[in-house]
Design a protein around this ligand. Structure first.
Ligand code: ADP
Length: 789
């Protein structure tokens, strides 16, 4: 069954490759033509391609020529001629799919092809790299090709001035890090004028290391936060409580979804500690929030793994690179909860003003593409979420890396001992060794064992990107030993030193299996680039985190039949099966978590679109009057229906309240006929009043001052509502766990109540805007009258 499935899959990709090779043949056939051209003639091709596109030709029609032109330019400018397999990579990207190419195959040069072709459409291409360092490098290096061909190239990095950013975005091709593009989107949607925005509509993006951007980094949303002072006392008490809490007795914590909630017993303890009667009361929502964050700080954040304490401050650690994330803080009081847990000074809280997940950001591009060494294992997810296929590109030269079978020890100590001994064995003959770890703590552990054997080594903890890139790039030198977390310096080429090839190339040791085979492959891929020799080996133990968290029972069972040798190495053949099974469980758990988070985010995503659309309309200003009139109409309509429900007998309608509410919405007060029994009649009677505000505002059309203030008033209400709504949605998410519904799926509750909450807040937003505008305009008319006197 499995083999049939596998065969069909391989056949499809072979057929697919054949199609690509046909186009490659066409490109190759054009080589002589373009090689014969002068620089000027070659440069003029850009203009010709653009013209052809403008005349309605399809992108596919110009691809062979365009690729041939880029290749010829690269030969002249960079002295590099795209390999045939790189052309295939370029084709896959141009079509909006993912090209899987192992490290060292030259993905940077591959990106020069689709970025050129797609930029010809004149709507901008974004090339996303994993860090600013690589963005700058590619901008400078690959950018030469595009600049030669007459395109503009921009670099988008943090902290740039607005004008510079606009220039970067207006370029044909823009390089930068994904998070910065996402933050720019959020900042653009907080801008107070259209001129202050920096981005243009999205067109096409190429994401380098696409799996790490869309999968690994997708767990934490991008958040723009404003400061507000924290309640220190509450944080401290909550931290004390959380410290004493027992899991499953006082609180529930779901490893998969990270949902945290208190049990009845936990709630009683909180009520006793704070002296409140009922924690469920709406007024105690904040209190509940503090306690939940304290519990989270306790179970989800481990000192020296997720954060370190330095200079009386909490500094977050990037779990993939093991690097300190300078200046990054968690929002919504979570950071303060960790500060309280560690007893350090409590800083101001960040309140989310805008947020988006990187997934939802990139889903706004009409066409996406990506490159990576490892994505095939995640193909299904990528196809479902991003509509991209993963095409494996053949390597330029045959691969020569040997991936050894896993070695497993009974204890962690025996594992590290063996890691050090194996390193020593390799080191004695001069072979470079790269040891991959999953956290800073583990790196330090490995380092201790290496010291025991007097093995001097590079420890890549908490280094800057530049240092990291430099040290990683030297990891292939003779006699080098490098210890680094799995993603350190990703995208950096490890070139082998002299004589290393003969020693078997770079030896990579993995000290723990990662959350997916994909990340294991990333680590292995650091060795054996471009047909180099190389070797990789995972050295594990039954005490590894993965087993402890996901296979406790299985490991217990396994221990009963386990056979170990004198160095505690497990000799049972089926240990490999246990490893693979456990890793599949972990992969499944992570996939569900991403799916769950995405579903949660989808709720806010739709709402964000509505709010940002509204904002854009206000900023554009063309039909501001129509917008205000519609708001006025809807608000009055709501006020009438709210007090005159159709299903209630008109005798019981609350006319006084109706009149009171409506008069807060109108310039001239009205009296409502209390004998009326039809809602539509009441609404008809108000028709002229509804248009009064619009007419009055219109009479100020030539008064610039007034016309400038109005959109700002509207904007300030939109923004404030959105901040408040985001906060309430966060509380709602936390609250789902609190109300332990037996029959209903928490996700359904969140979706339904999230929708209701938005409806309520949106209605309130429209009402506040109308009330404020009425007050503002009344004020103006009094000023005018006074001036007339
Ligand atoms: P990847 O990102 O796929 O790991 P890089 O883009 O870092 O690979 O490229 C690896 C190395 O190969 C770089 O030094 C690059 O200059 C070189 N390279 C790539 N393509 C070519 C080519 N067509 N001809 C010569 N050198 C190339």
């Amino acid at each position: 069954m499995f083999s049939i499935f596998k065969r069909t899959k391989e056949q499809t990709s072979a057929r697919e490759l054949k199609r690509y090779y046909k186009i490659v043949d066409q490109i190759n056939a054009l080589e002589a033509t373009y090689a014969a051209m002068s620089d000027e003639e070659l440069q003029s091709m850009t203009f010709k391609f653009k013209e052809r596109l403008e005349n309605g030709e399809e992108i596919t029609a110009i691809i062979p020529d365009a690729f041939a032109v880029v290749r010829e330019t690269s030969k002249r400018i960079l002295n590099m001629r795209h390999f045939d397999v790189q052309l295939i990579g370029g084709l896959v990207l141009t079509e909006g799919n993912i090209a899987e190419m192992p490290t060292g195959e030259g993905k940077t040069l591959v990106a020069s092809l689709p970025s050129y072709v797609r930029a010809l459409e004149g709507k901008g291409v974004h090339v996303i790299t994993v860090n600013d360092y690589l963005a700058k490098r590619d901008f400078e290096l690959i950018g030469q090709i595009h600049r030669f061909l007459g395109l503009t190239v921009g670099l988008n990095v943090p902290m740039m001035e607005q004008g510079a950013k606009q220039d970067a975005y207006n370029a044909d091709i823009t390089y930068g890090v994904g998070t910065e593009f996402g933050f720019d989107y959020l900042r653009d949607n907080m801008a107070h004028s259209i001129a202050a925005k920096v981005q243009r509509p999205y067109h096409f993006a190429i994401i380098d290391e696409v799996d790490s951007v869309l999968i690994d980094e997708a767990k934490t949303p991008l958040i723009i936060a404003g400061k507000m002072s924290a309640n220190e006392e509450l944080h401290r008490i909550a931290a004390m409580l959380a410290k004493r809490f027992v899991k499953d007795e006082d609180y529930d914590f779901d490893d998969e979804t990270k949902a945290t909630s208190l049990t009845d017993q936990g709630i009683e303890k909180v009520e006793a500690a704070f002296g409140v009667d009922n924690l469920y009361d709406l007024e105690h929502q904040t209190l509940y929030h503090y306690v939940i964050q304290a519990v989270r700080a306790h179970v989800m954040f481990e000192r020296d793994v997720d954060y370190i304490v330095r200079d009386n401050k909490i500094e977050l650690v990037d779990m993939f690179t093991g690097r300190i994330m300078e200046g990054r803080t968690l929002s919504d009081g979570l950071h303060q909860a960790i500060e309280a847990k560690e007893g350090v000074e409590i800083t101001e809280e960040n309140k989310a003003q805008a947020q988006i997940t990187i997934q939802n950001y990139f889903r706004m591009y009409p066409k996406l593409s990506g490159m990576t060494g490892t994505a095939k294992t995640q193909e299904k997810e990528i196809l479902e979420v991003y509509d991209m296929r993963v095409i494996q590109i053949p390597t330029n030269k045959p691969r020569q890396r040997i991936d050894q079978a896993d070695i497993v020890f009974e204890t962690a100590e025996a594992k590290y001992e063996f890691v050090a001994q194996e390193t020593l064995r390799r080191h004695e003959k001069g072979q470079p060794v790269l040891i991959g770890t999953t956290s800073i703590l583990q790196s330090e552990k490995v380092s201790q064992y290496l010291k025991k054997y007097s093995l001097s080594h590079q420890l890549l903890n908490a280094k800057t990107v530049e240092q990291e890139v430099e040290l990683i790039s030297e990891a292939g030198q003779k006699g080098r030993i490098t210890v680094a977390t799995n993603m350190a310096g990703r995208g950096t080429d490890i070139v082998l030193g002299e004589g290393v090839e003969e020693l078997g190339g770079l030896f990579v040791i993995g000290t723990e299996k990662h959350e997916s085979r994909r990340v294991d492959n990333q680590l292995r891929g650091r060795s054996g680039r471009q047909g180099d020799h190389g070797e990789s080996q995972f050295i594990l133990s039954l005490e590894d985190d993965m087993f402890k968290r996901f296979a406790k029972d299985d490991v217990e069972k396994f221990r009963k039949k386990m056979i170990t040798n004198d160095i505690q190495r497990i000799e049972n053949k089926d240990i490999i099966e246990l490893i693979n099974r456990t890793q599949r469980i972990v992969e499944g758990a992570h996939f569900s978590m991403r799916e769950y988070n995405l579903k949660l985010d989808d709720v806010i995503n739709d709402q964000r679109k509505i709010i940002y659309d509204l904002r854009d309309k206000v900023l554009a200003g063309d039909d501001l009057l129509a917008l205000i009139t519609r708001m006025m109409y809807e608000t009055v309509d709501f006020a009438v229906r709210d007090n005159a429900p159709e299903e209630v007998d008109p005798i019981e309608w609350d006319f006084d309240k109706m009149e009171h509410t409506i008069n807060s919405l109108l310039l001239t007060p009205v009296t409502i006929d209390q004998a009326e029994t039809k809602v539509t009649k009441i609404l008809d009677s108000l028709n002229t009043n509804v248009f009064e505000l619009r007419d009055f505002i219109e009479s100020f059309q030539s008064n610039e001052q007034v016309m400038n203030i109005i959109p700002q008033v509207v904007l300030s209400y939109i923004d404030a509502t959105w901040v408040k709504h985001l906060e309430q949605m966060t509380h709602l998410k936390e609250g789902i766990g609190l109300r332990q519904y037996q029959q209903e799926d928490p996700m359904r509750i969140y979706q339904r109540e999230g929708l209701e909450l938005f409806g309520k807040n949106y209605q309130e937003l429209r009402r506040s805007i109308v009330v404020e505008l009425v007050a503002f305009m009344k004020n103006i008319s009094t000023i005018e009258e006074q001036e007339e006197i």
